[in-house]
Every structure is written in structure tokens, then in C-alpha cells.
Design a protein around this ligand. Structure first.
Ligand code: LFR
Length: 476
């Protein structure tokens, strides 16, 4: 039977990549065509994405990928470019870690109280939700808003749309109807006409423009297919699970830890625990919590002048476990800069030993992440009344064996780690499904378990000391 090739553009907060997935009825092979850095730039007005450089990386990647049957794009969520009435970009998209949204949520809640906002949109509180960014921005002159993957798709094809899984991170979508939340938007004076029409994963998103074909050397027509354009939607689509009794943790710059459900959980208890209900493939809901993730380590490594990560992790493994932990769910760690000092300060403030050497700080970060994973997996099961037997870890963190083992230990559950390039694989699988090579979400997952290398970590020790560490943190 025929094998098809798909280009998956996957943009993360620190790097972008163009991968080629070759899919047949019993085969799935992923290779890297091109990888490039994503370097946010601080200018006097704030922190910005270098969107032209990213688009250049996408074009280079498509050229390196060669002839493919379709292209799909996913990236981090919530951020957007604003266009004028003629479709011209009005300035560089603002980075979600920019400080302009400080204090904005409180203003929004004065009009729509936080509990009401949660009941209507199911979205966790994060200062960077698109809704708060929109209120912070002055939208004068903007005729259109395109989320990052939709903006790049527009540049590739000339067609505008708003992909649903990513739209669900704007805080303007009702997770029950899976459509716009007109009432919330109108009460906050947000014109939903700013958004291009919704499209769903698998929908066609246009053909590469002649200029793009020329620049990449591809022969048209080459269609762009809407995928789960939120990277986390794509990554969860590539969790190699069967059945329903599983939790997942998508690891990378963030750790996104939670469950796949068939309906949102919109209770007040869930809001208080800051769980989010984002939309996934096939009518699923991603019920999860954002945890600071390997961002904490990336920022420290940057501050230390980029030492060898492998050696650092070996040293960290020798440091005694759980000496000090910080709350890796705390938005206080969101902004860039001074990370080793900020972690030391948090330990001092909670009366714990202050980690000093890079190995000690690294150990503190990994213990803290594992603990936050435990807390999220445990609370999600309780709040959604959905017990699990196994935790799937996908994404960049699967390379970090210490983190995977600590997560198994902390959760008291087996961890199955892999695939590493989950977002790209989820991206590819949705394109393959649009071409009827894969039947559905379960079919794609089945193909993954048959073709991708996975590593299993059994929980070691009992969970008593993790429970104690959790209590220590809660009491701080
Ligand atoms: C992960 C991610 C998270 C989102 C954060 C900000 O890459 O997409 O899901 O909350 O980035 O967009």
C-alpha cells in the first residue's frame, strides 16, 4: 500500500523544527529535515517573537523536507499577530512572558467575576491567556487576529482561519459547545469579528502559494492541512495509550499534566485548583494543569553559561533527594531572568536548605517538577473522578531519565516515556487521517505503540517522602 509523506512544522518556545513523517498502514517513520532556534527578542517596549525569522525557518525546513503530500503547523498557544484590513502584519507578536498583562486579569474580573469566567470557558487562570492579552493591547487599527500557527499558514497559503484546539486557549471558547463564547466576548467589549472563521483539525487550510513553491523548490499543488495547531493538542494526540485509565505529562519548556476526558470539568473546586479544559481531537477535552517545566532548568543553564547538560544531570542524580523543593506551579517563575537566585530565594523563604551548586539547584528543580507532576496527576483524578493506572510522559523531557524515574516514584505509578517528538507525530497523524491512512485518534495511537520506541519506569520506594514534601510545600 502507498506510503505518504507529511511535513510537520512544530514550533516550541526555544526551537522550531520541520519533521517529515512517512506513514503507511503499518509504518510511521519520523525524520528531522531542519531545526532552528527560536530566540525571543527584548526590545524597549517588551518581549517579542521574531516571527520573520521563524517563518524563514519554516521555508528553509520545507525546502529541506522536499516533496510532501501535505504540510501541517503547530506551535505554542495563546499568542497572535494582528493584521490590518489589507492583511499586513502590524508589528511583532508579543511573547506570552511579556509583562504587559500584569494586573489585567483583576480588571477583567471586575466585569466578569473569575468564577463566572471559568464556568463559561473552563480555562485556567494564566496571566497570558489571549483574553487578557487582548484587553492589555490597544487594538486600534487591527482588523484581524491570527494565532501563531494560523498566521504562518496564512503566509504560506493566503488563507485565513482560526484552528479550534488553539482557539480554545484564548478563553473565548465554550468547551461544552466547542464554539465562541459570545456572551463573555460582548461583556468585555471584544469583537469576535477579529477572528477568522473556525476550522477543525483535518480541515484543508489552502495550498502553498506560487512564491512559496518557488522558494522551497516544491512542485504544486501542496496542500496545508489544519492539525491540532496547539502543540499540546498534537502532543496528546501522540500519547501511545490504549483505553482510558491513563494520565499524561507533556514535557518541554512546560509540563502539562492531566487527563483526556470526554467532557469539561467546570466546578468551582476545579477552578480553585487551576485546572484547564482545552479542546483536543475527536471531541476530547484536555483537562490539565500548567507546570513551569524544564523552563526552570533552561533558564538556570542559560544563567550558568550553558554547561554540559548530561554531566549536570549525572551530578544532580548524586545529590540527596528532596532536600528542598519549590512550587513548580507558581506563576512567580514565569518571567525570564535570575532563575538560580529566584529558586534559592523560594527555598530560603520556606525555611529549607538553600541549594548552591548547579548540581544542587538542578536536583531541586527535578524533585520539584516530579512533585508538581504528582500533585497534578493526583488532583486531576480526584476532580474529574477518573482514576488512572499509568502515566505517559511525552516530549523533550523523555530524554531526561532522572526526571522520568522521579516522576514514577512521586506518582507511585509506572511511567511510559516516549515519543520525544510527540507534537510532530500528532501533527503528522492528523494529516494522515485527513488522507484516510489512519482511522481515528485510537488508530493513530495504536500505530504509535507498534512503531515508536518507548521506555518504561517502575515506581521505586514508597510515596511517603513525596507526600511529606508535598505537605511541606503546602504549609510554606
Ligand atoms: C506548551 C504550550 C502550553 C501553553 C503554553 C503557552 O508549548 O503551548 O500548552 O499553555 O505553551 O502558549
Amino acid at each position: 500500500a502507498a506510503v505518504k509523506s507529511y511535513a510537520a512544522v512544530d514550533l516550541g518556545a526555544s526551537s522550531g523544527r520541520v519533521m517529515v513523517g512517512r506513514v503507511g498502514p503499518d509504518s510511521l517513520e519520523l525524520t528531522e529535515a531542519h531545526r532552528f532556534v527560536n530566540r525571543p527578542v527584548r526590545v524597549p517596549e517588551g518581549l517579542r517573537w521574531d516571527i520573520l525569522s521563524l517563518y524563514g525557518g519554516v521555508l528553509d525546513g520545507l525546502k529541506a523536507a522536499g516533496q510532501v503530500d501535505s504540510v501541517g503547523i503547530d506551535s505554542w498557544a495563546v499568542d497572535y499577530g494582528l493584521l490590518d484590513a489589507d492583511g499586513r502584519l502590524l508589528g511583532n507578536p508579543v511573547h506570552y512572558r511579556d509583562s504587559r498583562t500584569e494586573g489585567v486579569a483583576e480588571k477583567v474580573w471586575a466585569t466578569v467575576p473569575a468564577p463566572e469566567l471559568y464556568a463559561a470557558t473552563g480555562l485556567q487562570y494564566a496571566p497570558f491567556n489571549t483574553l487578557y492579552q487582548l484587553v492589555a493591547d490597544r487594538l486600534t487599527g487591527a482588523g484581524r487576529l491570527l494565532l501563531i500557527p494560523d498566521l504562518l499558514t496564512y503566509w504560506l497559503t493566503g488563507e485565513q482561519g482560526t484552528e479550534l484546539t488553539n482557539a480554545s486557549t484564548t478563553q473565548l471558547i465554550d468547551p461544552r459547545t466547542r464554539g465562541w463564547s459570545y456572551e463573555i466576548a460582548s461583556r468585555l467589549g471584544i469583537d469576535l469579528e477579529l477572528f477568522a472563521p473556525l476550522r477543525r483539525p483535518g480541515d484543508p487550510a489552502g495550498l502553498l502559494r506560487p512564491e512559496v513553491l518557488e522558494e522551497t523548490g516544491l512542485t504544486g499543488p501542496v496542500p496545508v492541512t489544519a492539525v491540532g495547531s496547539h502543540d499540546t493538542a498534537s502532543a496528546v494526540a501522540a500519547v501511545p495509550a490504549s483505553g482510558e485509565r491513563f494520565a499524561y505529562i507533556c514535557t518541554g519548556t512546560w509540563s502539562l499534566a492531566g487527563l483526556e476526558l470526554d467532557a469539561p470539568v467546570l466546578t468551582e473546586e476545579s477552578r480553585a485548583a487551576n485546572f484547564t479544559n482545552e479542546l483536543g481531537l475527536d471531541g476530547t477535552v484536555r483537562y490539565l494543569r500548567n507546570i513551569m517545566g524544564l523552563w526552570l532548568l533552561q533558564e538556570c543553564v542559560r544563567a550558568w553559561g550553558d554547561p554540559d547538560l548530561g554531566e549536570l544531570l549525572l551530578e544532580a542524580a548524586k545529590v540527596p533527594a528532596l532536600r528542598s523543593v519549590v512550587d513548580a506551579g507558581d506563576a512567580a517563575f514565569l518571567a525570564p531572568g535570575r532563575m538560580p537566585e529566584r529558586i534559592a530565594e523560594a527555598c530560603r523563604a520556606s525555611g529549607q536548605p538553600v541549594p548552591v551548586s548547579p548540581a544542587e539547584v538542578t536536583r531541586c528543580i527535578l524533585d520539584s517538577l516530579a512533585l508538581a507532576h504528582r500533585k497534578a496527576v493526583e488532583e486531576a483524578q480526584r476532580l474529574a473522578d477518573h482514576p488512572v493506572d499509568v502515566v505517559y510522559v511525552v516530549g523533550g523531557g523523555t530524554r531526561n531519565a532522572l526526571l522520568c524515574q522521579l516522576t514514577a516514584d512521586a506518582c507511585g505509578l509506572p511511567v511510559v516515556a516516549g515519543p520525544t517528538e510527540a507534537a510532530a507525530l500528532g501533527n503528522v497523524l492528523v494529516q494522515a487521517r485527513a488522507h484516510e491512512l489512519v482511522a481515528d485518534l485510537a488508530g493513530g495511537r495504536d500505530l504509535l505503540t507498534r512503531t515508536q520506541p518507548l521506555t518504561r519506569y517502575e515506581p521505586q520506594g514508597d510515596t511517603v517522602r513525596w507526600r511529606a514534601a508535598q505537605a511541606r510545600l503546602a504549609g510554606a
